[in-house]
Write a protein that binds this ligand. Structure first.
Ligand SMILES: Cc1cc2nc3c(=O)[nH]c(=O)nc-3n(C[C@H](O)[C@H](O)[C@H](O)COP(=O)(O)O)c2cc1C
Length: 149
């Protein structure tokens, strides 16, 4: 049975809502999904799972929130080559860099050689009814991908 961890940062709850829906999608396949707030865990935890999913809102001018900085530093110390991962997040299209933090995390993961199971999922503010379904499917597809790798 696949075990997936979702680590996220959310200030006003939008990314958190996405994280819960993605977890729902994962669990609907019979796989295990654990949810963690980024401030409350060290990146070494990622090694205990078959795949990990990172979720973040975007701050400043397309920036990664401060809560993620230590975690990214900790990830640099891990061997992530070949590890299955994906990224999602919420943003606001009126900003110059919509979901810039999501792109930043995805680029970092690619740089470390992680296997991006699904292209990042970006949503404006909280998910609409259709986007809620996209979040669930995102989770389901990552499990499906993990099963063929
Ligand atoms: C000061 C500030 C800066 C922001 N900068 C960006 C940005 O550069 N790009 C973007 O897509 N969204 C930006 N946002 C929007 C948030 O990412 C967006 O509101 C998101 O839905 C918050 O997610 P959360 O509810 O999980 O905290 C910014 C919001 C604030 C308050």
């Amino acid at each position: 049975m696949s075990k997936i961890i979702i680590v996220y940062a959310s200030l006003t709850g939008n990314t958190e809502e996405m994280a819960e829906l993605i977890a729902e999608g994962i669990r609907s396949t019979g796989a295990i999904a654990d949810l963690k707030v980024v401030e409350e865990c060290n990146a070494v935890i990622l090694k205990k799972y078959d795949a990990f999913i990172l979720g973040t809102y975007t701050w400043g001018d397309g920036e990664l929130p401060d809560e993620f900085l230590d975690f990214v530093e900790e990830m640099e110390e891990l061997e992530l080559k070949g590890v299955v991962a994906s990224v999602f997040g919420s943003g606001d299209t009126t900003y110059r860099l919509f979901c810039g933090a999501v792109d930043e995390l995805e680029e970092q993961l690619q740089g470390w050689g992680a296997v991006i199971a699904q292209e990042s999922l970006k949503i404006e503010f909280g998910p609409t009814k259709e986007e809620k379904e996209l979040c669930r499917q995102f989770g389901e597809k990552i499990v499906a991908q993990l099963n063929v790798l």
